[in-house]
Design a protein around this ligand. Structure first.
Ligand code: SIN
Ligand code: FE2
Length: 225
C-alpha cells in the first residue's frame, strides 16, 4: 500500500498491488509480451466473462486422437473453436447448448485491438475469442494455431489469474522453445512471420490468485473466418 507521506509519482496509477507499469518484451521478430497490458480492463472483463460462462460453460473437449484435453474450453464471438473425434474446427453454434456462441463483448474486442496495435498489427478484427481454463495440473501441448482461414491477422493471448510457464517455440515441433512466465494481466501477441510458431503451456502449478483463486484463465483472440 502506498503511504500517505509518499510524494505522488507515476506509480500512483498502478497503486493496486499487482499492477506494474506496462512493459513490452520482444520474444520474436513479430512477437511481444505486453506486461500488465490487460490490467486496466480486468474489472470490466470479469463480470462479462461470468455471463459468457453461464451461456457456454467450460467443457473438456476430446481431440481427434481421442485424448481429453486437460484445459476447460469455451468461446465467445461469431465463431468458437471446438474439437471432437472428427477434427478441429470453428463453428457458429456451440455444440453443447445448440445456440450461437455468446457475443464477444465490446471491451474484449477493444482490449485485443489495443494490444495488437501495440505490437504493430493495425486493423485487427477478431471474430473468435477462445476461453481456456487451467486448473492446477492442466497444460497445453505444443501446437500451432492453424485452423484459421488466413494467417495474416495475429494471435492475441491474454493471461488472467495464476501464473503459467508459456512455451514459445519455432516452426517445427522439435525446435527449442523459449520459456516465458506469464502473469495476471499479461498479453502475448504473435503474428506476421511468427504467426505459425509452436507454443504451449506447462502444467499449471497449484496456487491462489487474489482475484481468480486457484485457476488461470486465458483468452485467445483470433480472426478465424
Ligand atoms: C493456446 O495456445 O490456445 C493457449 C495459450 C495460453 O493458454 O497461454
Ligand atoms: Fe494456441
Amino acid at each position: 500500500m502506498r503511504s500517505k507521506a509518499m510524494p505522488p509519482t507515476t506509480f500512483e496509477l498502478f497503486a493496486d498491488e499487482d499492477r506494474q507499469p506496462a512493459r513490452t518484451e520482444q520474444i520474436g521478430e513479430q512477437s511481444f509480451v505486453l506486461r500488465g497490458f490487460a490490467l486496466p480492463w480486468v474489472e470490466q472483463l470479469l463480470p462479462l466473462l461470468e455471463k459468457i460462462l453461464r451461456a457456454a460453460p467450460f467443457r473438456q473437449m476430446v481431440t481427434p486422437g481421442g485424448f481429453t484435453m486437460s484445459v476447460g474450453l469455451s468461446s465467445c464471438g461469431t465463431l468458437g473453436w471446438t474439437t471432437d473425434r472428427s477434427g478441429y474446427r470453428y463453428t457458429r453454434i456451440d455444440p453443447v447448448s445448440g445456440q450461437p456462441w455468446p457475443e464477444m463483448p465490446e471491451v474484449f474486442r477493444e482490449m485485443a485491438q489495443a494490444a495488437a496495435r501495440e505490437a504493430g498489427f493495425h486493423h485487427f478484427e477478431p471474430d473468435a475469442c477462445l476461453i481456456n481454463r487451467y486448473l492446477p495440473g492442466a497444460k497445453m501441448s505444443l501446437h500451432q494455431d492453424k485452423d484459421e482461414r488466413s494467417y495474416d491477422p495475429p494471435i492475441v493471448s491474454v493471461s488472467l489469474g495464476l501464473p503459467a510457464m508459456f512455451l514459445f517455440g519455432g516452426f517445427k515441433r522439435n525446435d527449442t522453445s523459449q520459456r516465458v512466465s506469464l502473469f495476471h494481466g499479461d498479453i502475448v501477441v504473435w503474428g506476421g512471420v511468427d504467426r505459425l510458431r509452436y507454443h504451449g503451456v506447462l502444467p499449471l502449478k497449484d496456487g491462489h490468485h487474489p482475484r481468480l483463486g486457484g485457476q488461470r484463465i486465458n483468452f485467445t483472440f483470433r480472426t478465424a473466418g
